[in-house]
Design a protein around this ligand. Structure first.
Ligand code: FRU
Length: 502
């Protein structure tokens, strides 16, 4: 049965989404039908299609009582909108349906596993928010919440586990049919721990161990865990709050990190070996993965940062977007990310330059736009030649530009939106080290109107940044600073129909 609260949200998006012109949104990055979105939820395969839900507050462009918005896709690029899936409308989730995941059941139903939130006022007047895990079952459009919710609450946690910070369940099924779930929790020292739970049927769950904990290193509370095997190793993804900056690897505040190691499924023990940032840009949080029908591990994340989400452009009635789904692999002990290969089906006109000598700022005929798949390879002229830096300016007009700069002496890449025209004093710049090979650096840059995602050296590093520069700023230029370089440029326009002649 559709509750009044859910129906109201469905009616609201049906009525108002149409007022947002498609050309004023990203073309292939997911946004909400209308209003605010944050974390990706329930990214999973169901009946041969890929479903994506998201934290959703349709009524304003700010975070509010959380619903789950819903889209699905066959190719990770073109998304079909579905009505709001769930709303905060039961006792167990009356103050919000927080993040979670989804899975296809053997009987053909889709199960959503999410965090139900309810608030109560303590005797001293302080409001406390309790978090517990809930499930709902549906057919890919409509969902019934399980009457026995919550299926896990604070009493299921080991001693010391916080009943106030217990959220973001990610579920999967083992070959023997057992359901497993990881969820974020806080330990008595205030830091994060990833708890593992098991269930024979998806509704009866019990605690099965703690996979890893931050011990106040790598941030404090760990949100939105995901846990999966990849190329012979085991990967734990978490999004820590309150990170302390470490060199250029980890920036302060909200981050997302990958813990790589080994896993003994019989003992349910994870042995962490290495830790790295997942994305080195300004806007990336709460990633979640699925395994595609052809066996690829694909990750999507919220392309935003909580620290700056309050600063929004004036006009659009949408706020928050997802990253492009990325294919994951492991190379030389590092997490590798590349755009899903399906993007290539949308490539249109190709413009190519080979061994082009660049010195001062140069425009290239045919290279411009805001809907592009652009690869730039930067090579020193010869072993003795030198240059100080190489700059790519994007989304540029007479007043505005967004800069990608490679600095030779430090082997660092910079993304800088200081002059992109966004009128807020937010974090506008990020530097991170890259690994040139024989002095060569290769950058694949995906532009979708209001964002850029940069993939360095075939996915060794990724960096995402949102920009809100008017679409009329289309120019791109290249410049070698104090010297000269050779570059190769391969640009494809991305075509999604007639409206995308930009
Ligand atoms: C992460 C997060 C989750 C929570 C959700 C609420 O961005 O804080 O931990 O479930 O957002 O919207």
């Amino acid at each position: 049965m559709t509750s009044e609260i859910l129906q109201r949200a469905r009616d609201f998006e049906a009525q108002y989404a149409a007022f947002i012109p498609e050309a004023e949104r990203p073309a292939f990055h997911v946004t909400g039908a209308v209003g605010w979105i944050n974390d990706p939820n329930g990214f999973s395969c169901y009946k041969g299609e890929y479903h994506l839900f998201y934290q959703y507050h349709p009524y304003t462009t700010n975070w509010g009582p959380m619903h789950w918005g819903h889209v699905k896709t066959k190719d990770f690029i073109r998304w079909e909108r579905l009505p709001v899936a769930i709303a905060p409308d039961t006792e167990a989730d009356r103050d919000g349906c927080f993040s979670g995941s989804a899975i296809e059941l053997a009987d053909g139903r889709q199960m959503l596993v999410y965090t139900g939130v309810y608030k109560t006022r303590r005797t001293d007047g302080w409001m406390e928010e309790f978090q517990q895990q809930c499930v709902a079952f549906g057919d890919g459009v409509n969902y019934e919440k399980y009457p026995g919710n919550p299926v896990l609450d604070g009493s299921d946690l080991p001693a010391g586990g916080s009943v106030l910070d217990f959220r973001d369940p990610k579920v999967w099924q083992e070959p023997d049919g057992t359901f497993l779930m990881v969820a974020g929790n806080r330990t008595p020292d205030g830091s994060g721990a990833i708890r593992l739970f098991e269930s024979p049927d998806g509704t009866h769950w019990s605690y099965a161990g703690t996979l890893d904990s931050s011990r106040n290193e790598y941030g404090r509370m760990w949100e939105c865990p995901d846990f999966f095997p990849l190329d012979g190793q085991q990967v734990l993804l978490v999004s820590p709050q309150e990170m302390t900056a470490v060199g250029l690897e980890f920036h302060a505040g909200f981050g997302s990190i990958a813990l790589l190691g080994s896993y003994d499924p019989a003992a349910r023990r994870f042995e962490r070996e290495r830790v790295q940032s997942i994305d080195y840009g300004t806007d990336f949080y709460a990633p979640q993965t699925l395994q595609s029908c052809d066996g690829r591990r694909i990750m999507i994340a919220w392309m935003q940062n909580w620290a700056t989400a309050g600063c929004q452009p004036q006009s659009p009635r949408w706020f928050g977007q997802m990253t492009l789904p990325r294919e994951l692999s492991i190379r030389n002990g590092r997490l590798i990310q590349n755009p899903v290969r399906e993007l290539e089906h949308y490539r249109g006109r190709r413009v190519c330059y080979k061994d082009l000598l660049v010195t001062g700022e140069t425009n290239l005929s045919g290279v411009s736009g805001r809907l592009l798949d652009l690869t730039v390879t930067i090579r020193p002229v010869d072993a003795r030649s030198s240059y100080q830096a190489f700059k790519i300016r994007l989304a540029k007009d007479g007043q505005r530009e967004t800069l990608i700069r490679y600095k030779v002496s430090s082997s660092t890449l910079r993304l800088d939106r200081t002059h992109s025209g966004f009128p807020y004093d937010i974090v506008n710049l990020r530097d991170f080290p890259v690994r040139p090979q024989n002095g060569t650096v290769k950058l694949r840059i995906i532009l979708d109107r209001y964002s850029l995602e940069v993939f360095v050296n075939d996915g060794e590093q990724a960096a995402s940044m949102t920009i809100y520069t008017p679409i009329s700023a289309q120019n791109i230029s290249f410049e070698a600073v104090e010297g000269a370089v050779y570059i190769d440029v391969e640009q494809y326009t991305l075509n999604f129909g007639q409206e995308d002649a930009e």
